[in-house]
Design a protein around this ligand. Structure first.
Ligand code: FAD
Length: 457
């Protein structure tokens, strides 16, 4: 009943798909954020649900932790094996199993990435709308309940996963949900595993809801003299019922980072980037209507286009923002915050945050999916510089307290991982202990991604 016994047994059926190579352990010991590197004991590359089930049974029998790994883009150290054990990399379970155009759904293995899914769907006239920017895996996106630029129109992973196949902590395989759009059949286990961050089981198949590709898309960008005007324009747009597909805020520091990274020439002011989906006339009308609203709030010239090339350039820049911001301080590591507040409190949340960052020694450009009240400060720190990590943590803590005070949440989309555990009690009170009870019921030995989301030891 030990780690060596487990690894010997796993190697007996995975062969060289159980890796202990230095490079594999190093790659799977790193995260996108500032967390210390933590190599697992081994990395497994299963190819079927049956192999995942057998792997989990072996680990359960030997008390070895099991940590899922999709694309490794999560931002709170979610996929780090902080208590050692086996990282299960789903890179070889990356098949698009079926597309059902009539029912507008598809079934995929967890390692399929969102970009590849949409490339494969292109000819069908359908697409999968959740877009977290990074080319994340669908298994990882479901496990973090990911959101992104299009959530204001199409919802998050919570709204777009219809059913799952899950391997539980004892190796049992269950199916949740169905292919129907709605169901009132008992506890919603799909919703339980979406956002569980691999702490309750491993997802080996997902049935996803698809949408029709819009006939026309318009996108545009405009600068505002200050944050309050930009946010007021967002609120007015939402209240006027203009159906936005994306509405993103960037502060002046983010615009400057874009300019330096991509050779762009944005005015160094707060900006909104927007997109509208519909018929040709409808998408153009929506863009024009947004332009009128933006004008009322002092926007400095709204430029929009229906051309795919201009649009793709705009969103490529938005998606590169994270790297553009990190590039402003070579060698820095990011501590990315992620608060979400009711839309009516958004302006004060951003303004108070910006003022605190300005008064601190830490740089932290702000951007976010403001149509949902969600925004991020990317706090840039030199982990070797005394006091910087602590100063960034203090700023992050103040943001999280602010989110709770304003009726929001400490994470709109990135999830808990290790980084947000300390805020869970503040956000959920006694409900956090109920989450730990659920964890203990489904994973009594605590082998599934231990040290994340709940304290269940
Ligand atoms: C540049 C950048 C931009 C980002 N923008 C956004 C954004 O706009 N919105 C957003 O929501 N996120 C964003 N993120 C964060 C990240 O992309 C998401 O959290 C994403 O959902 C993680 O997917 P992944 O495949 O990389 O998962 P991983 O990082 O590999 O894993 C995430 C978690 O899921 C678990 N897991 C993975 N696969 C499985 C499985 N099959 N079964 C059970 N558990 C599993 C892991 O154990 C871990 O706990 C961004 C990240 C970066 C780097």
């Amino acid at each position: 009943m030990t780690l060596p016994a487990a690894l010997t047994e796993l190697a007996s059926f995975l062969g060289d798909r159980l890796s202990r190579s230095k490079s594999d352990l190093a790659i799977h010991g790193r995260s996108e954020a500032h967390f210390a590197e933590t190599a697992p004991d081994a990395v497994a590359y299963p190819e079927t649900t049956e192999e995942v089930s057998r792997l989990v049974q072996v680990c359960a029998a030997n008390g070895v932790p099991v940590v899922g790994w999709g694309a490794g883009t999560s931002l709170e150290g979610h996929a780090l094996a902080v208590r050692g054990g086996v990282v299960v990399d789903f890179g070889r379970m990356a098949r698009l199993l079926s597309v059902d155009a009539d029912d507008m759904l598809c079934t995929v293995e967890p390692g399929v990435t969102r970009r590849r899914l949409n490339e494969e769907l292109r000819a069908t006239g359908l697409f999968f709308p959740v877009d977290p920017g990074a080319d994340a895996s669908l298994g990882g996106m479901a496990s973090t309940r990911a959101s992104g630029t299009t959530a204001v129109r199409y919802g998050t992973m919570r709204d777009n996963v219809l059913g799952l196949t899950v391997v539980l902590a004892d190796g049992r395989v269950i199916r949740t949900g169905s292919r129907a759009r709605n169901s009132a059949a008992g506890y919603d286990l799909t919703a339980l595993f979406v956002g569980a961050e691999g702490t309750l089981g491993l997802i080996t198949e997902l049935t996803l809801r698809l949408r029709g590709q819009p006939e026309a898309v318009t996108a545009g960008v405009c600068a505002f003299p200050d944050t309050a005007s930009a946010v007021a324009a967002v609120i007015a747009t939402i209240q006027s019922g203009v159906p936005m597909a994306r509405i993103e805020y960037l502060d002046a520091a983010s615009a400057a980072a874009f300019n330096a990274y991509a050779g762009a020439d944005f005015p160094e002011l707060p900006h909104l980037m927007v997109e509208f989906h519909g018929s040709e006339a409808g998408a153009a009308e929506d863009a024009a209507r947004f332009g009128e609203i933006a004008d009322e709030f002092g926007c400095l010239g709204f430029r929009w286009s229906a051309e795919a090339e201009a649009r793709n350039r705009l969103w490529r820049m938005r998606h590169d923002a994270y790297h553009a911001i990190i590039a402003t301080r070579p060698g820095a590591r990011p501590l990315v915050t992620d608060i979400c507040v009711p839309i009516s409190r958004l302006a004060e949340a951003i303004e108070e945050t910006a003022a605190e960052i300005a008064a601190s020694p830490i740089a932290g450009p702000i951007l976010g999916h403001v149509g949902d009240g969600n925004f991020h400060a990317t706090l840039l720190i030199d982990p070797e510089a005394p006091g910087e990590l602590e100063a960034a943590r203090t700023l992050a803590a103040r943001m999280n307290e602010r989110a709770l005070r304003l009726g929001g949440t400490v994470t709109g989309e990135h999830g808990i991982g290790m980084g947000k555990m300390r805020y869970m009690e503040g956000e959920h009170g006694a409900a956090w202990a109920v989450m730990a009870e659920l964890k203990r019921a489904l994973d009594p030995a605590g082998i599934m991604n231990p040290g994340k989301v709940v304290e269940a030891d």
